[in-house]
Design a protein around this ligand. Sequence first.
Ligand SMILES: [Zn+2]
Ligand SMILES: [Zn+2]
Length: 431
Amino acid sequence: MASATQTDSAPHLRASAVKNQEQKNGQGQQQESGRIPPPESSLVEDHFFWTYTEEPHRSRRQAIIKAHPEVTKLCGPEPLTKYTVLFVVSLQVCCAYLLRDTSMLSWKFLLTAYVIGATSNQNLFLAIHEISHNLAFRSPMANRLLAIFANIPIGIPYSAAFRPYHLTHHKSLGVTGLDTDLPTALEAFVLDSLLGKAFFCTFQLLFYAIRPAFVYSPPFSHIHLINIITQFSFDYALTKVSGGSLQPLLYLLLSALLAGSLHPCAGHFIAEHYIFEKVGDGKGTESIQRRKMNGNQTVGANGMPKEVANLPPPETYSYYGPLNILTYNVGLHNEHHDFPAIPWTRLHALHRIASEFYEPLPCHRSWVWVIWTFILDKNVGMWCRVKRAQGGRVVGGSSANAKAGRAGEGISGASNGPEEGDGWKESEIQN
Ligand SMILES: [Zn+2]
Ligand SMILES: [Zn+2]
């Protein structure tokens, strides 16, 4: 098979926010068929990449399974995850306790929080992400409880709440009103400036924490209750054991805030789904295939490699750099969305087996570059997201937008039919 982008399975998106602007100015090219105008309900002038084309992962998954049926054998829990979680939780709790008599404004406290704390808590965010896909144990309940344990050094309970929103992100990528990874038009309108984007990147975690509550509310389950009781009991016990000092708890909270701020590992939040189509300078974002073929040569007139310019604008980007070691390979995001039932340790194997699908896709070389460019480059910003006005569905709850035949994002080894794969089951939300 030649390349994923040349098959019928590839999406055909050719729109961009910049092009949108150009079209408004009468300089743009003809509107592509995959694009629709923004919904009229938008309060502010809307520059998102509206489309009715299907998200690319489902069709690529089907094409990969057809070409390489053996990839389904990579699905299933990874036993290493629970030991990694145990190590990182222990490390963070030890650091918190040891800092009980250290001033919050001291270099020792702040540096530990940034270097060890933020990295550890980002690692735990991504452990919780991994566990949300039932990839630590076979038993759904064991996964829920491990996630609650991994949540401990983050200071505030969130693992139970995160899961339905995240599974819905997979089932409803880009669907407005369902995918809470998408900035709202109001956020984009207010924050699409250098200072606004800097603010957004600095306090990303708060946006991720607060935004979902304004989008929709999944059902509250007893797992949420266990999560809340466990977390606040731990916070209380930690403070008691530390002689009433609040420093350990503040260390954990600061670690969490910094983990989603101007920190190298936080680059994955931006890198995953913001469209960098107009930014590629041949250094930061380009396909592996192109890198192999041409090194640094030929770039397009607008600074973008010509080959990338000819690809459909992707809405998911992978990153294959060294920070994946600290982050459960979350950088392999195209691979993860294609096969959410493949655990972090086997995503590289998926990439190798299906390399002809992944190597033509543009990917990021550096998460630090991603944050830096997102803030400073006018060609990328809050509006650079693909949005869909229809499709998708809430996982674990009823949905007015339910659309038949969209299951299967979690295809597993046990169930490798095209659409009935259930790497997770909706009913598990209640477990
Ligand atoms: Zn994603
Ligand atoms: Zn996921």
